[in-house]
Every structure is written in structure tokens, then in C-alpha cells.
Write a protein that binds this ligand. Structure first.
Ligand SMILES: Cc1cc2nc3c(=O)[nH]c(=O)nc-3n(C[C@H](O)[C@H](O)[C@H](O)COP(=O)(O)O)c2cc1C
Length: 194
């Protein structure tokens, strides 16, 4: 890691006004305010092609995603709950981490992964957060202890004449804090062991 942590955010949906994309932007803006370099890959910026382990060719979007994750010091994922789990778009993006399988730092190893879920029902918030954490564990990442679950039905980021909900903003910022804190801790440990 360089002196400036590089935090990659992925998620959102292709829906205009996506709540999960907004949540991702809030979290990344908070990381940036703490001196991090950030990159958001959201909605249509995520690979539209389905990950196929038998095909080595990669779309530009897939190449950009894999390269960013390879360099990342921390990751933030914001997904909607689709039928009780993470969306196909976000899961497909994460499947491309297979390209990091043979790296010295495999998959998301050694990185904190901030977890944000937007859903309309409490049941899906819980099940989607749990499944996201299981995926992050499979990728050797460290899911943040605090996971943000936002009720999109309550318009957490406001609307015409309606302010954003302070608790929702705070939740996204707390996720960012944990990712940035872990990245700085990991860098300090590496410096100590040099
Ligand atoms: C295909 C689909 C499936 C959904 N399934 C669930 C669900 O199982 N539980 C839930 O609480 N909300 C569900 N929702 C609502 C979304 O999680 C919610 O509207 C979310 O904010 C959408 O993300 P976005 O605002 O980033 O587009 C679903 C929405 C869609 C389009």
C-alpha cells in the first residue's frame, strides 16, 4: 500500500436514482475526506457480461474492475436485496475476482470489505447482509464488523423537499471508517515487519 489508501467501491443498480449507488457514493466520499484515493464502479460501470471461467477474454469493464480490486487497500460493496440475497449484477462482478486467484494476495485477502445493503424489508436486509459476508469470507476478505442496512422504502437519501436521513448517512460513513481504519492498520503492521 502507498501512503494514500486506495479504496474501491462497487455496487449499485442500473436503475436511475439507485439507493445502493447513492450509499456507495456517501461511503466513498467519507473515505476520500479522510485522505484516501477512491474509485466507484457502480451500475452500468460493472461488467454486463456474465463471468465465464472457460473464457479468458475480458471486457473493458471487467478488466477495469479486476485491476482496481487487485490494487485496492480496502473495498466497499453496496448491494440491493434482490429476492433475499445480493443482486446478480453485484455477484457477477465479484465472480470476476476469480482472476485474482493466483495473485500473491489472493482474491480480497488482507483487505477489509465494507458491507452495505439496501432493501425494503427487514428480513432481506438481514439475509442479504449475511450472504454478502459469507461471500467476502470465501474471498478471504474481512467483512466490516458494522454492516449498514438501509430501508430504501423510507428514501434514506431524501427526495424533493425531503432531507437525507442522518442515521443512514452515518451508517455509510461508519462502514467507510472501518474499511479505512483496517487499511491503515494493515499498512502500519507491514511497516513494522519490514
Ligand atoms: C428484482 C427485485 C427483487 C427485490 N427483492 C427484494 C427482497 O427480497 N426484499 C426486499 O426487502 N426488497 C427487495 N427488493 C427491493 C430492493 O431491494 C430495493 O428497492 C433496493 O433499494 C433496490 O436497489 P436500488 O435502489 O439501488 O436500485 C427487490 C427489488 C427488485 C427490483
Amino acid at each position: 500500500m502507498t501512503a494514500v489508501p486506495f479504496i474501491v467501491g462497487l455496487g449499485g443498480t442500473t436503475r436511475p436514482g439507485s439507493t445502493s449507488e447513492r450509499a456507495l457514493q456517501v461511503a466513498l466520499a467519507h473515505a476520500q475526506a479522510q485522505g484516501c484515493e477512491t474509485l466507484a464502479l457502480a451500475g452500468t460501470q460493472l461488467p454486463a457480461d456474465i463471468f465465464d471461467p472457460s473464457r479468458p477474454e475480458r471486457s473493458e469493464a471487467a478488466r477495469l474492475l479486476v485491476d482496481a480490486l487487485r490494487r485496492a487497500d480496502g473495498v466497499i460493496i453496496a448491494t440491493p436485496a434482490y429476492h433475499g440475497g445480493i443482486s446478480g449484477l453485484v455477484k457477477n462482478a465479484l465472480d470476476f475476482t476469480e482472476d485474482l486467484r493466483d495473485d500473491a494476495r489472493v482474491y480480497l485477502q488482507g483487505r477489509a470489505v465494507g458491507c452495505i445493503v439496501c432493501a425494503e424489508g427487514a428480513q432481506a436486509m438481514g439475509s442479504t447482509l449475511a450472504s454478502m459476508r459469507a461471500i467476502v469470507h470465501a474471498l478471504r476478505g474481512w467483512p466490516t464488523p458494522f454492516g449498514a442496512t438501509l430501508n430504501s422504502g423510507a428514501k434514506p437519501f431524501g427526495g424533493p423537499g425531503q432531507p437525507a436521513d442522518a442515521a443512514a448517512l452515518k451508517a455509510c460513513e461508519m462502514v467507510a471508517d472501518e474499511v479505512v481504519g483496517f487499511a491503515r492498520m494493515a499498512a502500519a503492521l507491514r511497516a513494522l515487519s519490514r
